[in-house]
Design a protein around this ligand. Structure first.
Ligand code: M6R
Length: 361
């Protein structure tokens, strides 16, 4: 059932273009793509997105999207914090719970905590028969198919796609986006699986440089804007399966502390498409290089041409519309974690101390 792959994780990374294309097609068929009139964002004053782990990082990306395309205020919370903090919630707000399994104990408890306080409880899940789906008012399936590897990969990109569709619907309902703009973004999304296929070709160069990464004690990931949560996700994925200590930082935070860690032994992975924030990120990258940090730049051809000089290594992705960059850049983050873990010889699909579904607090 690994279809010739050495690990489920490798299979699940590789199948993302097909899985996402199928998920979008299905969503088009049953109306989820347009979220129908059923999810009408006109009277919503705020969203609270709650999840754990990788699903939480999908929520952080979604915050950037909802704010940008729908001008809708968004709070994002880790479920284990949300459930005990008792934050004041607006009765006109919606709470959205994101979970691959739909069984994560903290996320389910957070949902129950929000139940009487908000206008609507929405579940974004991979398992539509799960507890979280059953207890929600509305369920959006991400349609990633069964995910076996403990490290979440295709569920992350499908969560992102589903949350982006929601943000676009919110943008249209709230009059921030025209129907034409929404259609253009959807067309971009339909073209994304093709770009993901290109991104998967990085597996070979990544497998080579992973031999070096496997020697590191600490690895930093940097990103700005919606690439910041990708830096967090890249670090989580890497530590989870390779057991190398890794941290994700917002690039601008570098000089507020973590730069003290930089020396020639610390690889710094910079995720930076050539977007409006590129130059800012490059200047943070140069601060790292000035301290002999080993920079791995992940960008597109323009970005690599402009800023690749002096980097330890560069990885080139195809150009991608800004809004979709977090989904595409997930692939090299996953491949880096996977190949580093393989180089270290860890149990990739069943890393120590971890369970696929965390059903206890
Ligand atoms: O099933 P869930 O999406 O609720 O799970 C949440 C986290 O436990 C999960 O994403 C975890 O962080 C993954 N192992 C990360 O790869």
């Amino acid at each position: 059932e690994k279809a010739g792959y050495r690990h489920f994780m490798a299979k699940e990374i590789a199948e993302q273009p097909v899985v996402l294309a199928d998920a979008l097609r299905e969503a088009g068929r049953d109306g989820t793509l347009s979220l129908a009139a059923d999810l009408d964002f006109r009277d919503v004053d705020r969203l609270t997105l709650v999840a754990c782990g990788t699903a939480y990082y999908a929520c952080v990306v979604a915050k950037y999207w909802f704010e940008q395309v729908a001008r809708l205020p968004v709070d994002v919370d880790i479920a284990s914090e949300f459930r005990y903090r008792d934050p004041p919630l607006s009765p006109k707000s919606w709470a959205i719970f994101v979970s691959q399994s739909g069984e994560t104990a903290d996320t389910l408890a957070a949902l129950r905590h929000a139940r009487e306080q908000v206008a609507r409880i929405v579940a974004v899940v991979n398992v539509p028969t799960s507890s979280i789906a059953r207890e929600a008012d509305a369920v959006l399936p991400i349609r990633a198919g069964v995910e076996v590897g403990v490290a979440s990969t295709k569920a992350f990109t499908c969560q992102l796609a589903t949350l982006l569709l929601m943000a676009l619907k919110a943008g249209q309902d709230r009059g921030v986006l025209t129907a034409e703009q929404v259609a253009a973004h959807r067309a971009d999304l339909a073209a994304l699986p093709g770009l993901m296929n290109h991104a998967l070709r990085l597996a070979e160069p990544i497998a080579l440089l992973a031999e070096d990464l496997a020697e590191a004690q600490d690895i930093l990931f940097l990103g700005r804007g919606a690439m910041y949560p990708l830096a967090l996700e890249g670090a989580l994925k890497l530590k989870e399966i390779s057991y190398i200590h890794a941290e994700g930082y917002a690039s601008g935070e570098l000089k507020h502390g973590p730069i003290a860690l930089i020396d020639a032994r610390v690889p710094v992975i910079v995720m930076a498409p050539r977007d409006a924030l590129f130059e800012k990120t490059v200047s943070n990258m140069q601060e790292v290089m000035a301290r002999h940090g080993k920079v791995l730049l992940i960008s597109d051809a323009r970005g690599v041409a402009e800023a690749g000089a002096g980097c330890w290594r560069c990885l080139t992705l195809p150009e991608v519309p800004d809004l979709l960059a977090p989904i595409l850049y997930a692939i090299p983050a996953q491949l880096l974690a996977y190949h580093t873990a393989v180089a270290k010889g860890t149990d990739v699909d069943q890393p120590r101390n971890l369970a696929k579904s965390v059903t206890v607090e």
